[in-house]
Unconditional design. Structure first.
Length: 648
């Protein structure tokens, strides 16, 4: 109160009273709504009263001067504060500073008069430290504000540095030195400003400051160089190849987290390092093969074109199995800088005994190494943001490249596969009806049928077809289509082989569950062709008797013997069976019946197997009208020979 009255006239104008109260309320509301960012109690009514009483000086500045600077032997509590604040206010007035309050961040430490008042109570070596790390025309904070527009709009780095200096310079030898990040924000952030911007400034200052220390969430300036200066020097000296090798080593660690992709190939040097396989795979390009939006001449595009067309010296066959992930040109520089910092801090930690680091420096090196590691992990997915996907709109056109920007959480392959599935560039479930559409659209039929293995090759080879996760997806579609009740119109049939000599399909199945095989004989058959063969089968087969030793009986006349052939061997010619299936496990149980019984019967030459499904349902409370309508309509569509509801 005394200091304020000595430096400012008393407010008598009611409008100025209102303006003061408005400022105090704005700060109090800001602290209240952002309570987690500031020290406890700043949003209370008592602190708002303190702001009004100290106006236009922020109470935090008085707290630092009276609690910290007054602990210095030569600093006189009232007189010292008056001398300092007189210089501060004079300089701010001349600079036409428009801040709402005079805060620790407002103190122009670089001004000769202000700096003289501050350093007269400190050790003599503080002047060059202030000029380098706190405030001055060549200081680190000023350079950071100029290089980063987000910081520069608030002068965030300078305000953070001034706040730390005001709160830590007089207590560097105290047992509990420095100030925490909550007090830093209290000393520099005004209502309407983004606290995250000042957090970013604090992080950058901590990374690059030569005399700025941090430990346990507290920050302070010291008179001895920190190991951060050594880390900066070592980071600048890191060889580019060493940095790229570190990134590649980390990318290879991504190969085991595949998401919905069958395999991940990280940093192949050439197309020869990527095998030619049917299942869908992700190729993560090396960091030097970067991409930029809509740049069809980027290094990444050139590399993926080569890999798509060839595998080393031989042409690539399964081109539709590959998608590529490339780093963003702009974000790659941030990643490389983070890796340089990591390598620098790692070398300091490894050489801690040789460097003769003290306990505090050891803790700082360990903490900063952990932070650098986390930063690298965060920036890898930020940098690897371009998914390059080959496609083909028409079988007669060339390959077209679609670029998709990745976001979200998870490993690189997990993020990529989620986006591919969302954009329908990767198919993990394929129905029989859709497979029939593709068979007819291209077409993929080879005459009256197409081999299952040939189909697998087609989907993995041609860019105008859907990209299947693996061959199991195709086999599932074949099983689904073969088991489809309306297969004659919408899907197809399946056969174990085409018997060219007898001109018919062996093990032909349609409208039934089947487990298709991926071999050289099994085929998918056109429905009309399969229907002709199935409809032409006789109801039963013709048995053939065997031969064996006959019996001889005396004969008359010519004195010869009469040979009586043995009776023909009797074999069962018909089979019937009834089994009750669990409705909750109908698909599994029916599949087992087909595999263990029906397949054996179908495999007999000339056999004809009929399967009738009987459904009996007892509904104690009666079937609702909507169920009756749905079941009746579905059974009519599926051509049930008998279907009816009864009242009892």
């Amino acid at each position: 109160e005394i200091v304020r009255r000595r430096l400012f006239e008393e407010i008598t104008d009611p409008q100025l009273h209102t303006a003061r109260d408005t400022v105090a309320r704005a700060f109090a509301d800001f602290y209240r709504t952002q309570g987690r960012e500031f020290p406890t109690g700043c949003g209370e009514a008592d602190y708002e009263r303190r702001i009004r009483t100290a106006y236009p000086i922020h109470p935090e500045l008085f707290d630092r001067l009276y609690d910290d600077w007054s602990s210095l032997e030569r600093f006189q509590r009232t007189r010292g504060v008056l001398r300092l604040m007189s210089s501060v206010i004079h300089t701010l007035w001349e600079q036409q500073d428009g801040s709402l309050l005079i805060m620790p961040a407002s103190v122009p430490v670089s001004d000769p008069a202000v700096q003289s008042e501050l350093t007269r109570y400190l050790e003599e070596n503080w002047a060059p430290i202030i000029e380098r790390d706190v405030d001055g025309p060549n200081s680190l904070p000023l350079r950071l504000d100029r290089e980063n527009p987000n910081l520069g709009r608030y002068s965030a780095a300078r305000r953070v540095a001034r706040t730390i200096f005001l709160g830590s310079a007089p207590t560097q030898y105290a047992a509990h030195k420095g100030i925490d990040d909550g007090r830093i924000r209290l000393g520099c952030v005004q209502p309407g400003e983004a606290t995250a911007t000042f957090g970013d400034a604090l992080r950058r200052l901590t990374d690059q400051g030569s005399y700025l220390f941090s430990e346990g969430g507290r920050y302070w300036f010291g008179t001895q160089p920190s190991v951060a200066r050594l880390a900066q020097d070592r980071a600048a000296q890191q060889d580019e190849e060493r940095v790229l090798e570190e990134i590649e080593a980390r990318l290879r660690g991504e190969q085991n987290r595949r998401g919905e992709l069958s395999r991940v190939h990280a940093c192949p040097a050439t197309g020869g390092d990527v095998p030619d396989e049917r299942d869908a795979r992700l190729v993560i390009l090396r960091p030097r093969e970067e991409h930029a939006a809509k740049d069809q001449q980027s290094r990444a595009i050139q590399v993926v074109k080569e890999m798509l067309e060839s595998r080393g010296t031989s042409p690539r066959i399964y081109r539709n199995a590959l998608v590529f992930l490339a780093p963003d040109r702009a974000r790659l520089e941030d990643l490389k800088q983070a890796v340089r910092q990591y390598l620098a801090w790692k070398s300091i930690h490894v050489e801690r005994e040789t460097l003769n680091l003290d306990a505090q420096q050891n803790r700082q090196a360990q903490e900063r190494l952990t932070q650098a590691e986390d930063t690298v992990k965060q920036r890898i997915p930020e940098a690897y943001a371009w998914l390059l996907v080959p496609g083909q709109s028409d079988p007669r056109s060339g390959a077209e490249w679609q670029e998709v920007r990745l976001q979200g959480q998870g490993s690189l392959a997990e993020r990529a596969s989620r986006r591919l599935i969302t954009e329908e560039m990767l198919v993990t479930q394929f129905g029989g009806v859709r497979l029939r559409m593709e068979l007819d659209r291209v077409p993929l039929w080879r005459g009256d049928h197409v081999g299952v293995r040939q189909l697998a090759d087609d989907f993995a080879q041609y860019l105008y077809l859907p990209r299947l996760k693996n061959t199991d997806v195709l086999l599932g579609a074949i099983a689904s289509g073969t088991g489809y009740l309306n297969w004659r119109q919408d899907t197809f049939a399946y056969a174990e082989a085409w018997g060219e000599s007898e001109g018919k399909y062996r093990g032909l199945v349609a409208g039934q569950l089947v487990t298709p095989l991926l071999d050289a004989q099994s085929v998918v058959v056109k429905p009309e062709v399969a229907a002709r063969q199935l409809d032409s089968r006789p109801m039963g087969g013709n048995g053939q008797g065997g031969t064996g030793g006959g019996t001889t009986t005396p004969g008359g006349g010519g004195g010869g013997t009469i040979v009586t052939p043995p009776p023909p061997e009797r074999k069962p010619r018909c089979y019937y069976g009834t089994v009750e299936l669990n409705s909750l496990r109908l698909e599994r149980d029916a599949s087992e019946v087909f595999r263990e019984v029906v397949q054996h019967l179908e495999g007999q030459l000339g056999s004809r197997v009929r399967i009738t499904l009987e459904i009996e349902a007892e509904i104690p409370d009666g079937a609702p009208d909507d169920v009756v309508r749905t079941v009746t309509e579905n059974t009519r569509t599926m051509r049930f020979t008998q279907s009816a509801f009864e009242e009892s």
